[in-house]
Design a protein. Structure first.
Length: 410
């Protein structure tokens, strides 16, 4: 009998969603249920030698990132689950040279900021979104899962201890950077899901990057390089997303540009500006309406940025009737055409590091797309409105559920 020409269904579903479900439904080991990550078990060992808090400019001037006095760590083992998390003095981690993260990229992280508001309060911006995304990233690379709310509680606990001294009330308008990280630590070489892992959370300084003189200048990606691809892991915040992009970014900076505008596919779809999401405001072809356009999330090619999500939400709520918001694939050819027709109004990159940063130029295959800026070389009207609303929430000028207030220990 001739073999059937009908394609057979794959007998094992190995999609990222299935990996997460399988991990979440892991069965008891040796008759016991592995311990979940539990912030209520956090132990405290405070430093006896707090370091001087440097000035922001001094802290960001050197080659080493300056961190606060403490960090949170939590160890996971497949057999027993999560140990009690610890808040302890900031310092080196101990890893064996054969640790999984050093060989197989079993590492994911998040980035968010803590702000000293103009009302005197400390706030983090939508930490629930970062915690949920980190859980997703962990599942994608076979690291242990956890309840996002527990990670959020641990971040708040660390900020409660270090926030008052490192972001004092007499310095409103400043921020620090919060970096939760999860690494595979099993000290056995072999391509396998690690059976040991470590979560750690640190708080550091980070320079202000949202207002480069004359706006951000982008160089499109080289034809022989992509940052992420459909079916890959561009939607997860894993370290493997970033290292391979550094060579192109370094080359672009030598040429006088800030970041790469990453293109994808034969049509040159516009995806991300460096590690930030990318937005364009233009007059839509056909009806001439103002449109805010950005790449979609449905193919899991780009990161579901918290700042991206916030920009879209603010535009739809606060700029309804002024600007239409569209999430769809669009190409560099569309931008070149819109530039030739004078339809491009503004562009900006959005992410934790760059916040909401106006883009003034895109260089593509020897051609410059010069993008209008606002008065005095600042952000344009739409960019400024969105940035103003989000910034007001971050710094407490507007009371909003996105701005989570940190209880402080004096």
């Amino acid at each position: 009998m001739a073999p059937s020409a009908v394609p057979q269904q794959q007998d094992v579903d190995l999609t990222a969603a299935a990996v997460q479900r399988k991990e979440a439904q892991s069965h008891a080991t040796n008759g016991t249920t592995p311990q979940e990550l539990d912030a209520s078990r956090l132990t405290y060992t405070l430093t006896s030698k707090p370091r001087p808090v440097p000035d922001e400019a001094v802290a960001n001037a050197g080659d080493e990132t300056v961190a606060t006095d403490h960090m949170v760590t939590a160890v996971w083992r497949a057999a027993s689950g999560w140990a009690a998390p610890e808040l302890k003095p900031y310092g080196p981690l101990s890893l064996m040279p054969t640790a999984s993260c050093l060989h197989y990229a079993t590492e994911c992280f998040e980035g968010l900021k803590v702000f000293r508001g103009h009302d005197g309060r400390l706030r983090v911006f939508r930490p629930d979104r970062n915690a949920a995304r980190m859980r997703m990233s962990a599942g994608r690379i076979s690291l242990p899962l956890f309840e996002p709310a527990e990670l959020e509680k641990l971040m708040v606990a660390l900020l409660t201890v270090d926030g008052p001294r490192w972001l004092p009330k007499e310095r409103p308008g400043n921020f620090l950077y919060l970096r939760p990280t999860l690494i595979g630590t099993q000290s056995q070489l072999g391509v396998q899901a690690p059976k040991e892992a470590m979560l750690y959370i640190i708080v550091t300084f980070m320079p202000r990057m949202d207002s480069p003189p004359g706006g951000m200048r982008l160089h499109t990606s080289p034809e022989d390089m992509v940052r992420a691809w459909v079916g890959g892991f561009g939607y997860a915040k894993v370290g493997a997303n970033y290292g391979p992009s550094l060579m192109a970014t370094q080359d672009a900076r030598r040429r006088g540009f800030h970041q790469i505008l990453w293109l994808y596919g034969e049509q040159g779809e516009c995806t991300e500006a460096g590690a930030s999401n990318f937005f364009v405001v233009w007059r839509r072809k056909g009806d001439g309406k103002r449109e805010l356009i950005t790449a979609p999330l449905d193919d899991k090619l780009i990161l579901d940025g918290v700042t991206r999500r916030s920009c879209i939400d603010v535009a739809r709520e606060r700029l309804a009737g002024e600007v239409e918001v569209t999430e769809r694939k669009y190409t560099i050819a569309e931008l070149v055409e819109a530039d030739a027709e004078g339809r491009i109004l503004e562009a900006f990159a959005a992410g934790t590091a760059y916040f909401i940063c106006p883009v003034s130029q895109i260089h593509h295959r020897g051609q410059d797309i010069n993008i209008p800026m606002g008065p005095e070389g600042k952000a344009g009207e739409v960019t400024s409105k969105i940035k103003g609303v989000v910034g007001d929430i971050m710094y407490g000028r507007e009371q909003h559920p996105w701005g989570v207030v940190i209880p402080e220990k004096e």
